[in-house]
Design a protein around this ligand. Structure first.
Ligand code: SF4
Length: 216
């Protein structure tokens, strides 16, 4: 099973249980169609980061109070503000499919989530290559909604990267992203090397890392 399929299986909640052949086929078919219709777009901007004390940080014109984010960004003096989307075509496909085949729509949802995560990883790798030339190392992506980094920051992040114009990503009044298969995140930049795991703190073996991302 390749990594993308494993992720889709995880999103479907199979855990360590074996996946039946029918689901496996549905996953393969879902990825095939998603790969062809996903309109992957991303944008990022880099800002100076200030640590204001008492778990408050500031970048651009945004001030954030978050213990978990302040901990993760300790030692960073710059920050990447990032947005990515698979585009509206994926939402339309899932909506159309749900009218006739709910099971398939659920598999499509899981596969799209896995595809988005993979796309974000690819984007992050490209940012990493660029930032290494400038002597910076990346911390893991940290999205609004993780730990006590309030979900409402999605709105401010989309404004900072002008995502409506640049990648067609908007936030509704109820803080839902449109297209739904989209991500906003920040990524700390530090001059000290931590060798962060590509899939983030949850997959990283450094259990005693002082920057570890708390998501509880
Ligand atoms: S736990 Fe691992 S991935 Fe997370 S900040 Fe520390 S080194 Fe980076």
């Amino acid at each position: 099973m390749d990594q993308l399929t494993k992720e889709a299986v995880r999103y479907l909640g199979y855990g360590r249980n074996a996946v039946d052949d029918q689901t496996r086929t549905m996953i393969a078919e879902s990825f095939e169609i998603l790969q062809s219709i996903a309109g992957r777009k991303s944008i990022y901007r880099i800002f100076c980061l200030e640590h204001l004390g008492d778990n408050r940080i500031s970048f651009g014109n945004l001030e954030v109070q978050s213990k978990s984010l302040a901990k993760n960004l300790k030692g960073c003096d710059k920050i990447v503000v990032f947005g990515a989307t698979l585009g509206i075509g994926v939402d339309q496909l899932i909506r159309r499919t749900s009218l006739t085949d709910m099971a398939k729509a659920v598999v499509l949802q899981a596969c799209a989530a896995a595809l988005l995560e993979e796309y974000c990883d690819e984007c992050q790798e490209k940012i990493e290559v660029q930032m290494r030339k400038e002597g910076y190392y990346l911390r893991p992506r940290f999205s609004p909604g993780y730990g006590d980094f309030s979900i409402e920051h999605q709105y401010y992040i989309t404004r900072m990267i002008d995502s409506a114009k640049t990648i067609g990503l908007t936030i509704t009044d109820s803080l839902m992203m449109t297209p739904t298969k989209s991500v906003t995140a920040v990524i700390g930049l530090s001059t000290s090397e931590e060798n962060c795991h590509r899939q983030g703190c949850e997959a990283c073996s450094k259990k005693d890392c002082i920057y570890r991302r708390d998501i509880i």
